[in-house]
Design a protein around this ligand. Structure first.
Ligand code: GLU
Length: 420
């Protein structure tokens, strides 16, 4: 980019994803019709539904469910409860799920759902009524062979249990395969709760090998202390790395000698909030720019942008969140020699074990934790290698390589079905 050219950053996750899908399809030799089909979900449902609050008043919530493409199989992807959910975000998240499933070779297209709400301000029973009302509102569109939801930001196995129960009541038969990320006693898979973090840890290990970084004693920073971030901090700590920084939505903690991760895990609430208990906090912005070896954004979108990309000191960035780094920031990190493992590969462990859970539900036969982790390991390493080798062979960054690997199968399926 020349100096006179103003750098306008695209923070819209949908349009920026469309541009990289376009680039990946072009590099694979597909024409504009394929892009025209794949640039938006095939179906997006907007729902508004009333929920009775504990104080007797009724609140109307808005939610979405997007199904990107079902040429390969049913669509798959989580449901997030967050005040900043938008239709474009849910659509982008469904596109990312397609790419993720493509990379890991799962028989799914991408889907995603979201409800505009803040569960941190809602009671347990209000969250239950919200979860059930949302399922009633989208029930025509979803199902074990159509579109299979799962947890995402601020939803967990309890929310999945309520949703599964509501769906089973509507359909009048027990439907564990309708949703994944359930509690184990209700047909969940062993190892699903830690699977996203396990996948991220495997990517960190592989990336460290290529970057010649020794994990033992390496300095790790994790942004976000939810399902992915908290387990990852634990795994890195237990494997001998030094987790020097963590954060939640309200602030960040830093200790160059390494934080007491077990103590923090004990004190976090179910949404991963923990920094409120401490006085000496730093900001999320300061956290991202800490001097460290490995940085893992595990919170929300648009955290590494043109504003701070040049200040990132980590040698490896592995994205556990969806969309934490903008396309422009990706370019800067790559120019600065940072090895960036993109979200669609880095956090694929979650949907991989979701797939195992769905397979177990369909068979009614349940695997041991060891079987789950061996198969997860196999799939993650294979996915990492394929993307890494594509990036090397084409001299492109791992994000574009991941999109090329991920979209190829879907485009092939679309052609074979005669859609394009
Ligand atoms: N929400 C997770 C993701 O973004 C998991 C999706 C799933 O398990 O279907 O990958």
């Amino acid at each position: 980019m020349s100096v006179s050219e103003p750098s306008v950053e695209n923070l819209n996750v949908l349009t920026s994803t469309q541009s990289i899908i376009k680039e990946a399809l072009e590099k694979l030799g597909y024409g504009t019709e394929m892009y025209e089909l794949l640039r938006e979900p095939l179906r997006t449902l907007t729902v508004r539904f009333p929920v009775r609050m504990d104080n007797g008043t009724v609140k109307v919530f808005t939610g979405y469910r997007a199904q990107h493409n079902d040429a390969i199989g049913p669509t798959k992807g989580g449901i997030r409860f967050h005040p900043d959910v938008t239709e474009d975000e849910v659509k982008a998240l469904s596109l990312w799920m397609s790419i993720k499933c493509g990379i890991a070779n799962l028989p799914y297209g991408g889907g995603k759902g979201g409800v505009i709400c803040d569960p941190r301000d809602m009671s347990f029973r209000e969250q239950e009524r919200l979860a059930r009302a949302y399922v009633r509102a989208i029930s025509q569109l979803v199902g074990p062979t159509k579109d299979i939801p799962a947890p995402d930001v601020m939803t967990n196995s309890q929310v999945m249990a309520w949703m599964m129960d509501e769906y089973s009541r509507i359909r009048e038969f027990d439907s564990p395969g309708f949703i994944t990320g359930k509690p184990v006693v209700l047909g969940g898979s062993l190892g699903r709760d830690t699977s996203t973090a396990r996948g991220v840890a495997i990517c960190i290990r592989e990336a460290a090998k290529h970057s010649l970084i020794k994990l033992q004693g390496s300095r790790v920073v994790v942004q976000g202390f939810g399902n992915a971030g908290s387990y990852l901090a634990k795994f890195m700590h237990d494997s001998g790395a030094k987790v020097i920084g963590i954060s939640d939505a309200y602030g960040a903690l830093y200790d160059e000698r390494g934080l007491d991760i077990d103590g923090l895990l004990e004190r976090r609430d179910s949404f991963g909030t923990v920094t409120k208990l401490f006085k000496n906090t730093i900001t999320n912005k300061e956290l991202l720019e800490l001097d460290c070896d490995i940085l893992v954004p595990a919170a929300i979108e648009n955290q590494i942008t043109l504003q701070n990309a040049a200040n990132i000191k980590a040698k490896i960035v592995v994205e556990a969140a969806n969309g934490p780094t903008t396309m422009e920031a990706t370019r800067i990190l790559t120019e600065n020699g940072v090895l960036l493992v993109p979200d669609v590969l880095g956090n694929a462990g979650g949907v991989i074990v979701s797939y195992f859970e769905w397979v177990q539900n369909n068979q009614g036969y349940y695997w041991t934790e060891e079987e789950v982790s061996t198969r997860l390991e196999e799939l993650m390493i294979r996915s990492f290698d394929t993307v890494y080798k594509t990036a090397l062979a084409r001299s492109i960054d791992m994000r574009l390589a991941a999109y090329m690997v991920g979209v190829r199968r879907m485009a092939e399926a679309v052609e074979l079905r005669g859609w394009v």
